[in-house]
Write a protein that binds this ligand. Structure first.
Ligand code: ADP
Ligand code: MG
Ligand code: MG
Length: 871
């Protein structure tokens, strides 16, 4: 028979998966001999079972709970519902990973009209008894029956107003008794039944409520944001109460052994006298700093400091603790490795190594790579942010903080920025032609689009803050205004956006520049020592490449050449190329582009100092580049010696119903070989020049042909790429070496990788397209229905942000298994957005990739994640 319930004395810290973090640590603290009110933990497996049984607690689990109650009654010498010595408990949730405030807790369970009379009389502390009872009814109603908290708070406020007091603690026993009656009446009105009197019925209701709370909407969102699987379930802890509301010599508090904001080694925390549970954090009264406890109760303070030291030494990490003092007696209610800012995480990890508590490997493993993001971008001033209320929320698509004046077009962004204004570009969605505008903006806010929408990908690449897909915005681009949270915003109105949380604020919230402190470098050096996989970057411009090098990139895994065409007036020649009708016209246009591209590539090779650079040939559907404005169309017509009508006809002919599966990638090179030839010449000439200037570097271009699905496509394109390259090399009298490889981003390419490896020098998994094509989800539109998928538990994560290891991953593994034996020199990487996602990086390490490539600002994250994968 499975064991579903453990007494605190039966568990320990290693049983976290089964007992949840809280339960495992309550058991561990019990084992350490610390003062912990005793009780038992119902396992996370029981929670999973509860859902499997159709949201029911089965007989076997029920029987074990009943047994545990009996044991608990023996240990405490108290009994549920007893008139002599009643047992009062808390029922607390506790998942494997901490989810603060996401699930529910009920205190003082076991009280009813009779019991409350008994304890009031027996203890002579009537006020306390009444306070416990009214709190219990309030919490139980809220959590178990989902009767809104606010009704009860209204009743409390009314009572305080009637009595002319401002603090809960100033209410008398009679007031509290009266409140309890009002609460019960409220309960009956809302639920249509009497408040339950039987403590065991109360207990079962509470346990079920905790299980149920695993599936509440805010818990679901929190899990998704924090990569916690739904299947884990939550444990339930049933624990004897310690009463911080017993008297003025009682209280409750929370503390950290180190400062969670800075990492500084000092005891931090707050407590509140004559209070219970959430009072400290709920803001009913202002709590006192923990240091003041020393003056109030020196012996309790000393004992507490001793406990803190013991716990930190034991767990070898900063602890976040909850405690309660009842009548000058200390009780420990919780400890866990405390959440911390990225800055604090780095400092604490380094300090623990210096203090001899942790090894370098352990220090590297302690840091959550996702946290590092926040260190690399400007931040909102913490105090100012705390005081602000968000007016809307989208996806935190690219981290950082941005504030500025609203503009609605890329051109306006450029223009305003040139005048020295800080702007936030607000658009329905962005497209490649908005790039210069996006660069000029402090931040980008879009109404549509997911984590891999154009805006999101480009913004992350640039390290610009972006909030995407805020569907609550009612956009009127034409009239340059939008409405959010009932307010109309016009051009020039101030707005602030948080690219980490996705929050949107009215007005300006001041920002501070991020600094990279010494500990950051130390941790990164250690990480580089341990990792075996290389980290490259996706960079399209020399500036991006330089930034990425500073952040530790060891090469470029993806240079998207199309992004180079939006600089200055290069788009003109490019449009001429697209709207050509003959080879001659096209070649004339390409001749104008070639020197520009060559110049860019030279700068990229310079920036990379001999490290590998992969250049992907033109990929997107051509119609993305055609002019849409009347004046641009006219300009193009004049340049081409055509009429406006003729140009419009050409533009119309480029329209595609399904552009992502349309005329793009190597299909462009098949129809217009001259484009690929021009790009080859540009790459090879640039490489030859840079190699000449730096004889000690090993410049070896990697030419990447995108969107290959059939070996014959690759062969066809490769043939003239090689001819062109070899001719360039011969003409220059150079001995330059180069590689031609392909992106694996069409399922068919993965499935026939043994063929493709015969022609390819390297594979690079383009997992954005590979995910799109494998699922058949448009990456630009999936955001619209993914929420419904989350709600229905079909998906827990956005597969465009976190690699689908089961399906897309299997295609990757297949391609590696098929490709490597055919071509032992084949090198393999990934350059989709997943290359910077820690869990995806771990997977890439596992399946044996040579490198991951990600946006410049994710390079440190990938370096750390690769180290953690290798440790
Ligand atoms: P959360 O995970 O949201 O912090 P907890 O289960 O830790 O929820 O409990 C909420 C509050 O109630 C905390 O302040 C905790 O210290 C307090 N609490 C929980 N159990 C007890 C107990 N047995 N005695 C006294 N206070 C308790
Ligand atoms: Mg807690
Ligand atoms: Mg692609």
């Amino acid at each position: 028979m499975a064991k579903w319930v453990y007494m605190f004395t039966e568990g320990n810290a290693t049983m976290r998966n089964l007992l949840g973090g809280k339960g495992a640590n309550l058991a561990e603290m019990t084992n350490l001999g610390l003062p912990v009110p005793q009780g038992f933990t119902i396992t996370t497996e029981a929670c999973t079972q509860y859902y499997e049984d159709g949201r029911k607690i089965n007989d076997e689990i029920m029987a074990q709970i009943m047994e545990a109650i009996v044991k608990m009654e023996e240990v405490t010498g108290k009994k549920f519902g007893d008139n002599e010595n009643p047992l009062l408990v808390s029922v607390r949730s506790g998942a494997r990973a901490s989810m603060p405030g996401m699930m529910d807790t009920i205190l003082n369970l076991g009280l009813n009209e009779e019991v409350v009379e008994v304890v009031a009389k027996k203890t002579g502390n009537e006020r306390w008894a009444r306070d416990c009872y009214r709190r219990f009814i309030q919490m139980y109603s809220d959590v178990v029956m989902e009767v809104g908290k606010k009704y009860f708070e209204e009743l409390i406020d009314k009572m305080k107003a009637e009595r002319g007091v401002t603090q809960d603690v100033d209410l008398t026993a009679d007031d509290l008794k009266e409140l309890a009656n009002q609460f019960k009446a409220e309960y009956k009105e809302k639920i249509g039944a009497d408040f339950p009197d039987d403590p065991k019925e109360q207990l079962m209701g509470a346990i079920k409520a905790v299980f149920r709370s695993w599936d509440n909407p805010r818990a679901n969102v929190y899990r998704r944001d924090n990569d916690i699987p739904y299947s884990w379930g939550t444990a339930v802890n049933v624990q004897e109460m310690a009463f911080g509301n017993w008297s003025d010599e009682s209280g409750t508090g929370v503390a950290f052994t180190r400062d969670p904001a800075t990492g500084e080694k000092k005891l931090m925390g707050e407590f509140l006298m004559n209070a219970q549970g959430e009072d400290v954090v709920a803001g009913v009264r202002t709590p006192q700093p923990i240091a003041e406890l020393q003056a109030v109760m020196p012996e309790v303070y000393d004992q507490f400091v001793g406990v803190c030291n013991k716990l930190e030494t034991h767990y070898r990490d900063m602890q976040d603790m909850e405690f309660t003092i009842q009548d000058r007696k200390l009780f420990m209610l919780q400890t866990r490795n405390g959440k911390r800012t990225a800055q604090a995480a780095l400092k604490i990890a380094c300090d623990l190594v210096d203090e001899g508590m942790r090894t370098e490997e352990e220090a590297v493993a302690m840091i959550d790579p996702r946290n590092l993001d926040t260190l690399l971008h400007p931040q909102f001033d913490t105090a100012a942010l705390k005081a602000a209320t968000p007016i809307g929320k989208g996806l935190g698509a690219s981290p950082g903080a941005a504030c500025g004046k609203v503009v609605f077009t890329a051109d306006d962004a450029v223009e305003w920025a040139a005048k020295g204004e800080k702007v936030v570009l607000v658009r329905l969605e962005t497209s490649p032609e908005d790039i210069t505008g996006m660069k000029s903006a402090q931040g980008i806010l879009t109404v549509r689009g997911g984590m891999t929408s154009h805006a999101a990908v480009v913004a992350r690449g640039m390290g610009t803050c972006c909030v995407s897909g805020c569907g609550d915005i009612a956009m009127d681009e034409e009239n340059k205004k939008f409405t959010l949270a009932g307010k109309e915003f016009h051009e020039g109105d101030a707005i602030s956006i948080d690219g980490t949380t996705g929050n949107i604020y009215d007005g300006i919230i001041p920002t501070v520049d991020a600094t990279i402190a010494g500990e950051f470098g130390r941790i990164m050096d250690w990480a580089d020592k341990f990792r075996t996989m290389k980290v490259r970057t996706n960079a399209d411009t020399p500036a991006d490449a330089k930034k990425a090098r500073e952040l530790g990139a060891e090469g470029i895994g993806l240079c998207r050449t199309e992004h180079m065409f939006f600089e200055g007036n290069r788009i003109d020649a490019f449009r001429e190329m697209i709207c050509s009708e003959t080879i001659e016209e096209r070649e004339a246009a390409l001749a104008k582009i070639l020197p520009e591209q060559q110049g860019d590539f030279e700068k990229l090779y310079e920036a990379l100092e001999g490290n590998p650079v992969t250049i992907r040939f033109l990929d997107p559907p051509l119609h993305e580049f055609v002019p849409t404005e009347e004046e641009d169309i006219k300009k193009l017509a004049d340049a081409q010696g055509k009429t406006v009508e003729e140009i419009k006809t050409i533009i119309d002919s480029l329209h595609e119903f399904n552009p992502m599966m349309g005329h793009r990638g190597c299909r462009l090179a098949v129809t217009y070989p001259e484009i690929a030839k021009m790009q080859t010449s540009a790459v090879i000439r640039a490489a030859i020049n840079v190699q000449k200037a730096h004889p000690d570097w090993n410049v070896k271009p990697e030419i990447m042909i995108p969107l290959v699905g059939d070996i014959k496509e690759l062969k066809y394109v490769k043939k003239f790429v090689v001819e062109t390259a070899d001719a360039e090399i011969a003409a220059a009298g150079s001995n330059l070496e180069y590689e031609v490889g392909t992106m694996i981003e069409i399922p068919r390419a993965a499935l026939t990788a043994d063929d493709i490896a015969k022609e390819a020098d390297f594979f690079c998994f383009g997992t954005n397209d590979l995910t799109q094509m494998t699922y058949g989800f448009s990456r630009d539109d999936a955001g619209k229905f993914l929420d419904a998928y989350y709600d229905a538990k079909i998906f827990e994560n956005d597969p465009f942000a976190k690699l689908d290891q089961t399906g897309v991953g299997k295609l990757m593994e297949t391609a590696i298994k098929l490709g490597r034996p055919v071509n032992p020199k084949l090198h393999i990487g990934i350059c989709g957005e997943h290359g910077g996602d820690p869990s995806s990086v771990e997977f890439c390490n596992k399946i044996g990739l040579d490198y991951v490539s990600c946006s410049p600002f994710r390079v440190p994250i990938a370096r750390l994640a690769a180290a953690q994968a290798a440790i």
